[in-house]
Ligand binder design. Structure first.
Ligand code: BGC
Ligand code: BGC
Length: 600
């Protein structure tokens, strides 16, 4: 039986008596409240204390207005203080998707997405990033990070591929455990942050066209969005050996003291994971001895059955301890209470769930102090944080082609043209950045690739930048840099059947080519794209992934002050026929670039 003694001040074992003493005083309503997680826009602080709600979350882009670190701290504090006003004063735990830094907060540093960190192969760097992220969220009162994703994406058409470190399970384990260590690291107020290891299990192994949004779900945002859903939340048809492989990151996390697991929207061989008692209860809790609590994904239980009553019964009996409702909490509270009173959910199951939730809250030290460590607010977006992000940007870039020593660039270049997304922080950040989906443009503070290049040049005025490559006709520079980019996306919105450069980018590439002798192409994207037919147009090609706010650091690679060290954590396909990974492996063909490839 694991405890978290090695990283925290309070161990689960120490709190056992306190949990039992508290549990004895709790009414059914208070227990149900603890099992309920609500999105902050769907509940007031007063309701948190009235219903003794256990957890609040901010969904992607769940920001206060205006959006900055101080307003975040004030927003979260209102809920934390309200919870202390409830009859028993049980603290809430607030959760957020800080998946590449405290990425919803304007002004915070946004690190490269995991697809880039996978290429860095640098566990120490990932641990430092996680610690910075943990301190940033704790400064705003948040002690629960819905990360790391330990997905092992097998089909990069999946819109969440970039949230996974790699297509290789061992690399996922190495880097996700480093991330967990960083969150677990004790901060100066003695606190640490709870990781949510997600999405249990097989989220990266679903098949294309297997997503079937249930027809009974009400319209609105979710339904409209799911038109594009083709593989996200789909079905993983896999054998036992493959499943066991995807279970490994969870097992190691549990052994290392991780105390929260988020269940996947997806299905396993036709059965929804949120109903999978065999894996959630029998395997995770009973066989592995997991002592923490299991949380559902966003409205995921609603997909289990046309009747919400059945949804609740199935999910809680399968072993879910807390439900991310996230909107209509009164309906959930009412239904769960009803199901317990009717005997469809045993009282013992409720007590088990609440014990787990309270145990984690005690272990986190929330009963001593559930407010934010606001003395760390000033560090959010600090120069020291940005320096770590710059290191991450340089280490995640992968140099895939470099003909005629096109790179490194010379400092004294006197004619350089630049086109494309060289001046676009939003395109650098990708999804889960300020908003859920992310977007192009000046979404937050940071530095651009264009700024980085100019800073290296002896004569920065020699640069001509045109986003659309509208350079003077007949003009010709020694060197051109074109920044190609995917539009940002998150979750199933990014499911994409054809992974090519956009028509706009192909045109941009050709136009820039006409105006320079040597062309360097940089791709900002959440995954490899098929670029086989465009490769001849480029002398050098760099995959920069979604590097985040510190894009200027990429120029340190281009000018050779920091050599390229990144190695592909995902196979780079030659053609769409080669996808997904299993297909390529079975064919025995060569991809364009193998897993692990990268020039220095
Ligand atoms: C995602 C999770 C995320 C949650 C909260 C869900 O839609 O699948 O990864 O943690 O929303 O934003
Ligand atoms: C939220 C996300 C969530 C998603 C679920 C969005 O509205 O902002 O956090 O993951 O819905 O589909």
């Amino acid at each position: 039986m694991q405890t978290n003694e090695k990283f925290g001040v309070n161990s689960l074992a120490d709190s056992r008596n306190r949990v039992e003493a508290l549990l004895e005083q709790m009414t059914l309503a208070e227990k149900v409240g603890q099992m309920t997680q609500v999105e902050k826009d769907s509940i007031t602080p007063e309701q948190v204390s009235e219903y003794a709600i256990g957890s609040i979350l901010s969904g992607g882009g769940g920001n206060p207005d205006p959006n900055n670190a101080e307003t975040w701290a004030a927003m979260v504090r209102q809920y934390a203080e309200a919870a202390l006003q409830s009859r028993l004063g049980i603290p809430i735990i607030y959760g957020v998707d800080a998946v590449h830094g405290h990425n919803n907060v304007r002004g915070a540093v946004i690190f490269p997405h995991n697809v880039g960190l996978g290429a860095s192969r640098d566990a120490d760097l990932v641990e430092r990033i996680a610690y910075i992220t943990a301190k940033a969220i704790a400064a705003t009162g948040i002690y629960w990070d819905f990360a790391p994703a330990v997905s092992v994406p097998q089909d990069i058409r999946w819109g969440r591929s970039y949230e996974g470190y790699s297509e290789d399970t061992d690399l996922v384990i190495e880097l996700s455990q480093a991330y967990i260590r960083g969150l677990h690291k004790q901060q100066d107020n003695g606190k640490w942050v709870l990781p949510s290891v997600k999405h249990f299990v097989g989220d990266g192994a679903t098949s294309w066209n297997s997503t079937k949004p249930p027809a009974w779900l009400p319209g609105g945002n979710w339904q409209a969005a799911t038109d594009n859903w083709k593989i996200d939340q789909g079905d993983a048809e896999i054998d036992e050996a493959t499943l066991n492989d995807y279970l490994r990151p969870y097992k190691v996390a549990v052994d290392n003291g991780a105390l929260n697991i988020m269940v996947s929207f997806s299905s396993l061989n036709g059965h929804k994971m949120h109903a999978n008692k065999a894996l959630i209860t029998d395997k995770l809790k009973d066989e592995w001895g997991f002592q923490g609590f299991v949380v559902s994904d966003w409205m995921a239980i609603d997909q289990l059955d046309v009747d919400f009553y059945n949804c609740v019964v199935i999910a809680i009996n399968a072993g879910l301890d807390m439900i991310m409702v996230p909107y209509d909490f009164k309906r959930f509270v009412g239904t769960l209470t009803d199901a317990v009173q009717k005997g469809d959910i045993p009282q013992a199951r409720i007590d088990d769930a609440v014990r787990r939730i309270l145990g984690v809250k005690f272990a986190l030290g929330l009963f001593e102090d559930s407010l934010g460590n606001e003395s760390q607010l000033a560090e959010i977006g600090s120069e020291a944080n940005r320096e770590v992000a710059r290191e991450a940007v340089r280490k995640s870039a992968v140099l895939l082609k470099n003909e005629g020593q096109a790179l490194p660039l010379a400092k004294d270049l006197d004619s350089l043209i630049i086109s494309g997304a060289a001046q676009d922080i939003g395109a650098q950040c990708g999804g889960w950045s300020i908003s859920w989906q992310g977007e192009r443009g000046n979404i937050t503070e940071g530095s651009t690739i264009l700024e980085g290049i100019k800073a290296h040049l002896t004569n920065p005025d020699s640069v001509i930048f045109s986003e659309k490559a509208d350079f003077e006709s007949g003009s010709r520079a020694a060197v051109g840099v074109v920044v190609l980019s995917e539009d940002p996306y998150a979750e199933g919105q990014g499911d994409q059947g054809e992974l090519y450069l956009s028509e706009t980018d192909i045109a941009l590439l050709k136009k820039t080519r006409e105006h320079c002798d040597t062309l360097i192409a940089i791709l900002l994207s959440g995954r490899p794209l098929v670029i086989t037919d465009q490769l001849d147009l480029m002398d050098a090609f760099v995959a920069a992934w979604w590097p985040g706010t510190e894009g200027a650091a990429l120029a340190d690679n281009l000018f050779g002050t920091h050599p390229f060290t990144g190695k592909l954590a995902y196979t780079w396909y030659r053609s769409m026929d080669q996808l997904p990974l299993g297909h390529l492996k079975a064919s025995g063909e060569d991809p364009l670039w193998e897993f692990g490839y990268g020039l220095s």
